[in-house]
Design a protein around this ligand. Structure first.
Ligand code: NDP
Length: 247
């Protein structure tokens, strides 16, 4: 028996990196996982990993910035899988630049995907969870949203906004038996961070209490805890998974 047997999860950004690890982990715990992303071929690889772990997954293709497409996709997931017990808002991107050089499109693209996208997916899903009188929502923010980072004013602003969003929703939805939490990863080894030079990597490791980059599985563990039986009385928190980058 898995901790999430009989439950349905929707994970955005499940085509690679942290989202893929979360999808595989929740499926291994017994949930049927709707794996969302824009790249169908990459989502198919996630489904193969889920099948390999003996789990059940389905692909759902949408761009989180497209409000109508998201609403239709959430409805379709609900119709096909009959419930949505768990939502993990993981899709996100960076467009790093110092503020004085930042193009307006770099600002808007990050806000559209990292902040508006979470609103688009959460609103229809929360309505379903409210009718079920049960649900778990986890928003993937970043320690950068808590501590700032030069060159990431757009990304830090969007991720900090997710913290306020998480705390407000926790207060709105608690009486319906829905918990809402955030997970704030530090530097995790994925496509998003593979551009680091060796020098940058060394400098970074020197700032960590635990001197290694995190893995997507480190983040998936934290999410699995929050959405599992042990997380039922935890809401409105930000769980920092950063090896002590931010303390
Ligand atoms: P990746 O770049 O490896 O993956 C990003 C995922 O988000 C992909 O699945 C991508 O899907 C999806 N995505 C991006 N934009 C959109 C969009 N407009 N619509 C739908 N899906 C989209 O990133 P990570 O796995 O590293 O990051 C995952 C989350 O963790 C992000 O929110 C990120 O900000 C956060 N994070 C990551 C850290 C790290 O060190 N890696 C640190 C702190 C936080 P597609 O295949 O369609 O492109």
């Amino acid at each position: 028996m898995g901790a999430l047997d009989g439950q349905v999860a929707l994970v955005t950004g499940a085509s690679r990196g942290i989202g893929r690890a979360i999808a595989v982990r929740l499926a291994a715990d017994g949930a049927a996982v709707a794996c969302a992303g824009r790249d169908e071929a990459a989502l198919a690889e996630t489904l193969d990993l889920i099948a390999g772990a003996g789990g059940r997954g389905e692909a759902v293709v949408f761009d989180v910035t497209d409000r109508e497409a998201v609403a239709a996709a959430v409805k379709e997931v609900h119709t096909r899988l009959e419930r949505i017990d768990i939502l993990v808002n993981n899709a996100g991107l960076t467009r790093d630049q110092l503020l004085v050089r930042m193009k307006e499109e770099d600002w808007r693209e990050v806000m559209a995907a990292d902040l508006d996208g979470v609103f688009h997916v959460t609103q229809p899903t929360a309505k379903i969870m409210m009718r079920q009188r049960a649900g778990r929502i986890v928003n993937i923010t970043s320690v950068v949203g808590l501590m700032g980072n030069p060159g990431q004013a757009n990304y830090a602003a969007a991720k900090a906004a997710l913290v306020g969003f998480t705390k407000s929703l926790a207060r709105e939805l608690g009486s319906r038996n829905i918990t809402v939490n955030a997970v704030a990863p530090g530097y995790i080894q994925t496509a998003m961070t593979e551009g680091l030079t060796d020098e940058q990597r060394e400098a970074l490791l020197a700032t960590l209490a635990i001197p290694r980059l995190g893995t997507p599985e480190d983040v998936a563990e934290a999410v699995a805890f929050l959405v599992g039986p042990g997380g039922s009385y935890i809401t409105g928190t930000v769980l920092n998974v950063s090896g002590g980058l931010y303390i």
